[in-house]
Design a protein around this ligand. Sequence first.
Ligand code: SF4
Length: 382
Amino acid sequence: MDTLALYIHWPFCLSKCPYCDFNSHVAEKIPQGRMAAALRAELAWEAARLGPRRITSIFFGGGTPSLMEPATVAALIADAARLFTLDPGAEITLEANPTSIEAGRFAAYRAAGVNRVSIGVQSFDEAALKFLGRQHSAAQAITALELGAKLFPRISFDLIYARPNQTEQHWRAELQTALSLAADHLSLYQLTIEDGTRFATLYGRGEFALPDDDLAARLYDATAQEAEKFGLAPYEVSNYARPGAESRHNLAYWRYQDYAGIGPGAHGRLLLGDALLATQRHRAPEAWMDLVEKQGHGTTAEESVTAADRAREALLMGLRLTEGVSLPRFSARTGLALNDAIHEPILQACLDEGYLTLTESTLAATTQGRQRLNALLESLLR
Ligand code: SF4
């Protein structure tokens, strides 16, 4: 039976963080009942057209999914098990913010079937948390991590680095705090200025500066060294894990496998017959709920991905992984050989420079290659 990774988007947050360009909204009152009904309806609609699939992972992302009623999480997991075949070892992740209210719900999420929690810590430094507009303190982050580690078999946390005035020494100390709290997975994001965010305005006015590229690269290298001391290895550009603790859900994206996206703004890649469909739901929660209530789903765009675009997407995602792109899987998914998708002289140059490695079965980026992946891909792809 074909496998499926299921993503469920919860679009609400307590406040909007100034760096965030995700599809997240602050509502005076979250329409919990209406959202739950619409998510369940859209899941049922997707299941009806997909037919039998084996679900290997479910990911509740956001937004802040730890603002969902635990009963909604339980109902969606039960629906997924009823409508599809839920793999007995399925990874079921919920993203959470470490405010005390949300941490208090952890036990209920565990009882609902969630077996992995991903906590948006972002920093253990009070001034940095304030700058990042976070609603929690460092102490709350530590409490949430400790509670998460007690309740869930698996736990991950996010940190943001390359913040203004951050030193390498300070960053190493922060990482050591984080890694000593028993997490088996770390996602690390460099602070970047995204269009349309409050930081874009403040940065444009010169109200703060970011570390230069040299310091950002040193902070990135320091991360790998500190993570390694705690037994976590880099398996993707921004992700570190103990062996076997890699995010199976995110691996499905990076390996360019099928995933369904339910909820406002969610994307999917789904093989239906011979077509690989790229699906997208309406981003605005209200409009998305209206659509689902009217027609059973909130799709605003759905198109068949061409072979060339499949190849581009498979390489874009797969070269982020330390394991690289499996060439047999690449050909099966795209219908193309590697040579049909890339400029061979550029590939040879990348191999000679030590940015890529190629065997009969795998194309992979080296550590140096992964650090300049976007530039590499731009010239490599036909
Ligand atoms: S909590 Fe997360 S999704 Fe919500 S605004 Fe902040 S960064 Fe964005």
